[in-house]
Design a binder for this molecule. Structure first.
Ligand SMILES: Nc1nc2c(ncn2[C@@H]2O[C@H](COP(=O)(O)OP(=O)(O)OP(=O)(O)O)[C@@H](O)[C@H]2O)c(=O)[nH]1
Ligand SMILES: [Mg+2]
Length: 373
C-alpha cells in the first residue's frame, strides 16, 4: 500500500470520505483527486496500482484485501477506482470490502449530473448515464441466466431482462428529445448565419481557463472555478475585434483524457457545433507541470480529431502565463510547432489584444470557412 500525504484531498468540508485507487504517476493521481473532489468526496487515502481493470476485482486480490483493511481503519464508506470497471468487478469488490464502489466513468457522470443546468445538457447526461448502464445490465443478464448471480439488486433474470428493455426504450425517448433540441439548435444556427458574423469556438481541457477568457472577451460573468467540469452547456456572445469586426464567441464543455466514446457521443450535439465554427481556439493551461501539458494537449487533439475538426482552423492559446515558468511555455510552444499560437493570461488580461488580432488575421486567411456548408 502506498499512502501519499501530498495527494490527500483538501475538500475537508465534505462528509463523503473515500479511498481512491489510481495509477502511480503524478499526473494521473492529481487528476483523479481533482475528479473525486469535484464530485464532492474527501480523499482519505490513495492506493496505487500499475494495472487496473484486470481480474476479479479490477485490482489484484492482494490489493483488494488491503483496500478492505484501509476502509476499516479510515472509516471510509466509498471506494473510487480510477478506471472503467465491469459490472462484476464492481460487484466483487463491493462484496469483498462491504463498501460502495464507484468507477471513473460513474464518477464523471456524477459530476456531470450536478453541473447540468440546461434541458439539453440534462438530457445529454441522462443519455451518457444510460450508455454506462447498458453494457453492465447486459452483463447482469448473462450472469443471472448462468445462475451465477441474483441479477440486478437481487432481481431474477426475467426482471433484469425487463430492466434491459426499459433502458433501451428510455434511450430512444431521450434521443428523440435530443433530436427536437437539435432542431432548435439548427434554427439558432440559421439565425446566427443570417447575422453573417464569424463564429469562433473556445475548446480545451477542463479547467484550462476557457470561461475566464470568455468572460474577459465578452464582458460576461459566467461561473469560473478551480474545479473540473464547471461548464457543461454552451454560451455564445458577441465580441468586437480591434478593427471593429464583430464575431460570435462560444464557450462550452471541457475535455478530459480517457473519456469513453459513449460519453463523447452523448455530448455530440453540443460538440458538433464546432464543425460550424470558422475558428476553433484551443485553450492550453501552460502552467501545468510536465508531462501534464503534453498529455492534455494531445488528449484535446485526439478528441478534436474524433470530432473531425480540421487543424487548419485552430489557434492554440497558451494560457496562465502569469504562473507558467519559461520552461513550461517553451515546452508548450514546441508541442504546437508551426501552427498559429499565442500566449496569454486570461486572468490578468495579458496578451488578449494580440489574441484578438490573431483571430482577425486568421479569419482573413480562411474566408472560405464562412461559405454555406
Ligand atoms: N493563474 C491563472 N489562473 C487562471 C487563468 N485562467 C483561468 N485561471 C483559473 O483556472 C481555473 C479554471 O478556470 P475556468 O475558466 O473555470 O476553466 P474552464 O476551462 O472554463 O473549465 P471547465 O468549465 O471546467 O471546462 C479557475 O480557478 C481560474 O481562475 C490564468 O490566466 N491564470
Ligand atoms: Mg468553463
Amino acid at each position: 500500500m502506498k499512502y501519499d500525504a501530498g495527494q490527500v484531498s483538501k475538500a475537508m468540508t465534505s462528509n463523503r470520505k473515500a479511498i481512491l485507487v489510481t495509477y502511480p504517476d503524478a499526473f494521473t493521481k492529481q487528476e483523479a483527486v481533482g475528479l473525486a473532489e469535484a464530485a464532492g468526496f474527501e480523499v482519505a487515502q490513495i492506493v496505487v496500482q500499475r494495472y487496473l481493470m484486470h481480474g476479479e476485482f479490477g485490482v489484484g486480490s492482494g490489493k483488494a484485501e488491503e483496500i478492505k483493511q484501509i476502509a476499516t481503519t479510515t472509516g471510509c464508506k466509498e471506494i473510487i477506482v480510477d478506471e472503467g470497471l465491469t459490472s462484476s468487478q464492481i460487484y466483487n469488490l463491493d462484496k469483498l470490502t462491504g463498501q460502495h464502489v464507484i468507477d471513473r466513468e460513474k464518477l464523471i457522470l456524477d459530476i456531470f449530473a450536478t453541473r447540468a443546468t440546461t434541458t439539453e445538457a440534462k438530457l445529454q447526461v441522462q443519455l451518457a448515464e444510460l450508455g454506462y448502464e447498458m453494457p453492465r445490465t447486459r452483463q447482469n443478464v448473462r450472469l443471472s441466466v448462468k445462475g451465477e448471480r441474483q441479477g440486478l439488486s437481487g432481481m431474477g433474470a426475467t426482471a433484469v431482462d425487463v430492466r434491459f428493455r426499459a433502458l433501451k426504450k428510455r434511450i430512444s425517448f431521450i434521443k428523440e428529445k435530443l433530436r427536437e433540441a437539435g432542431k432548435r439548435r439548427d434554427l439558432y444556427r440559421a439565425q446566427r448565419q443570417r447575422l453573417n458574423m464569424p463564429f469562433v469556438s473556445l475548446v480545451g481541457y477542463t479547467s484550462s481557463g476557457k470561461t475566464t477568457l470568455f468572460n474577459r472577451l465578452a464582458n460576461e460573468d459566467k461561473q469560473v472555478a478551480d474545479s473540473l467540469f464547471t461548464t457543461l452547456g454552451t454560451t455564445t456572445r458577441t465580441v468586437t475585434l480591434p478593427d471593429s469586426t464583430k464575431i460570435l464567441l462560444s464557450d462550452t464543455v471541457g475535455f478530459i483524457s480517457r473519456l469513453p466514446t459513449y460519453m463523447i457521443e452523448a455530448f455530440k450535439s453540443t460538440l458538433d457545433e464546432l464543425n460550424y465554427a470558422d475558428l476553433v481556439l484551443l485553450m492550453v493551461d501552460a502552467s501545468e507541470p510536465s508531462p501534464g501539458v503534453a498529455i492534455k494537449y494531445n488528449s484535446c487533439l485526439d478528441t478534436l480529431k474524433e470530432l473531425k475538426i480540421s487543424p487548419s482552423k485552430m489557434i492554440t492559446i497558451l494560457n496562465k502565463s502569469d504562473i507558467a515558468s519559461q520552461e513550461n511555455i517553451t515546452e508548450a510552444k514546441n508541442l504546437v510547432g508551426d501552427s498559429p499560437c499565442t500566449i496569454i493570461s486570461a486572468k490578468r488580461g495579458d496578451g488578449t489584444h494580440v489574441l484578438k488580432s490573431l483571430i482577425r488575421q486568421n479569419l482573413r486567411l480562411a474566408p472560405e470557412a464562412r461559405l454555406p456548408r
